[in-house]
Design a protein. Structure first.
Length: 125
């Protein structure tokens, strides 16, 4: 299981993780970044540089839905797209996509000051 970027990254987009990734597998959505599960070589360079500790090895224990959401960014069509991204072969080839999965789009806009919400409990107001 590759590294996963969780909820703490929403609206952060620092980019330190991108700078240290040797295989260019960290893609930028509108509100957070996503690690491509097939392109990640599991080197761990991204883990210590994340300023909000959003990156975990495999699913975050307190919020495993973010691992599924991370994969969904590549396997399901994003809003306004007909096809999934698949494996483009590097984030720099695409640049910032400006699109997110439904889970990320529905996340609170200021995650550092709001309680985390459980997406499995229904839609967030």
């Amino acid at each position: 299981m590759p590294y996963v970027i969780g909820a703490q990254c929403v609206d952060e987009l620092d980019g330190s993780c991108v700078d240290v990734c040797p295989v260019d597998c960290i893609y930028e959505g509108a509100r957070r970044r996503y690690i491509h599960p097939d392109e990640c070589i599991e080197c761990g360079n991204c883990l210590p540089v994340c300023p909000v500790e959003a990156i975990t090895w495999g699913p975050p224990t307190d919020a495993p839905e973010w691992a599924e959401d991370n994969a969904r960014f590549f396997t399901e069509p994003l809003p306004g797209r007909d096809e999934p991204l698949g494996s483009p072969g590097g984030a720099s080839l695409l640049g910032a996509l400006g699109l997110d999965t439904a889970l990320t789009a529905a996340a609170p806009t200021d995650p550092q000051h709001e309680d985390r919400w459980p997406p499995t409990a229904g839609p967030h107001p």
